[in-house]
Design a protein around this ligand. Structure first.
Ligand SMILES: [Zn+2]
Ligand SMILES: [Zn+2]
Length: 377
């Protein structure tokens, strides 16, 4: 029997696959992108297909996507050297997968289900988990950072982290639901309807935030970005005004676009100190300043005039709410209001991951998807 799955090609024969796994023969190998050294780069390796524990599921990776975090780990910057403890490790955390096997204790997922995955793995019993804040669990770990990830033909996912995808959501979007969730969490962390919004930094999540703000009723959306390719993506995603901080008088243009008041909401996606300062200048008194972009190093802010007397709310955003953000994200996708197609700019086979990393480094891309099995759609 050959399995056919909607949106995909012919899939591996399930019975044959399980026979291979149970027999533990040397054939039960898969290709995976592995970080093998504490240095720049990664290797495509043949390694054993993992087996799910009692509360885990094994998935066939239908699509995976490259995140900024993966690029940091690939390039092995200061952050990666400090943060990554486990080498060798399979990279990647964004995934759309078809369930091939489930652990004994798993009740809510069945074989052949299509899933995406929340990548923050929460302990379920600390103070934060017990009070509805599993995304900042004090014992938490992250796929592809603390444990093996999903840049592979097959991957094991904790069943509690799996998010079932229904047929109304395209398979490719399954892989990017996790970063889209970051954008949804940041954008909807306060009022957005009828608000004027500034998005600083138009990497993939910044672009997604523009699309979410547009879908949820923001009136004027302004974006700042220096890369030409990404400026164009920002316009396509729904930005009314795209400014280049190296060429435009950003403060003046924002005043003009907001009746001299400044924007109601700043969504900081760049981590860039000058973009952060520009955002603090551009926000109106009493506004919301929500931050997902991570600065490389500590930065100096003049709290008095920028935050206290301006009476603004500064809000750090980490991950996605588990799982209310996932519900919001799925509803937005099902509604058809979010067109992610312009945001997915490149599709490669998994083996071509280095091409994807180079593109990410150049900034001349939106979201990049990798396909470990079928031909690239
Ligand atoms: Zn990610
Ligand atoms: Zn916890």
């Amino acid at each position: 029997m050959r399995l056919k799955v909607k949106g995909g090609g012919t899939h591996l024969d399930l019975q044959h696959f399980m026979a291979i796994i149970k027999a533990g023969t040397p054939m039960a190998k898969m290709k995976a992108v592995v970080k093998t050294k504490r240095a720049p780069g990664a290797e495509l390796c043949d390694i054993d297909i993992p087996r799910p524990g009692p509360n885990e599921i094994l998935v066939k990776v239908l699509a995976t996507s490259i995140c900024g975090t993966d690029l940091h780990i690939f390039l092995w910057n200061e952050w990666a050297d400090h943060r990554i403890h486990r080498i060798p490790q399979i990279m990647g955390h964004e995934v759309c997968g078809q369930v091939l096997d489930i652990g004994d204790q798993v009740k809510h997922i069945k074989k052949d289900d299509i899933i995406s995955a929340e990548t923050h793995i929460a302990c379920g019993h600390c103070y934060l988990c017990q009070t509805g804040n599993g995304h900042i669990c004090i014992n938490g770990s992250i796929f592809g950072v603390d444990i093996d990830g999903v840049f592979a033909e097959y991957a094991v996912v904790p069943a509690n982290n799996a998010w079932l995808i229904d047929a109304n959501i395209p398979r490719d979007y399954g892989s990017i639901m996790e970063p889209l969730g970051n954008a949804v969490h940041t954008t909807l962390a306060g009022n957005i309807a009828a608000q004027t919004v500034l998005v600083t930094g138009c990497g993939p999540i910044g672009i997604m935030s523009i699309a979410v703000a547009r879908a949820c009723g923001a009136t004027t959306i302004i974006a700042t970005e220096i890369n030409e390719f990404r400026k164009q993506l920002a316009r396509q995603a729904g930005a009314d005004l795209v400014l280049d901080p190296t060429a435009d008088d950003v403060a003046k243009q924002i005043k003009l676009a907001t009746d001299g008041l400044g924007v109601d909401v700043v969504i900081e996606m760049s981590g860039n100190p000058s973009a952060i300062r520009q955002g603090l200048d551009a926000i109106r008194p009493g506004g919301r300043f929500s931050i997902l972009g991570i600065p490389d190093k500590p930065l100096e802010i003049d709290w008095g005039p920028n935050i206290i007397f301006k009476y603004i709310t500064v809000q750090g955003i980490n991950g996605r709410l588990m799982f209310s953000t996932w519900h919001q994200t799925a509803r937005l996708l099902r509604s058809g209001r979010l067109d992610l197609e312009p945001i997915i700019t490149h599709r490669f086979r998994l083996e071509e991951f280095e091409k994807g990393m180079d593109l990410m480094k150049s900034g001349n891309c939106g979201k990049i998807l990798l396909y470990p099995h079928e031909n690239v759609p």
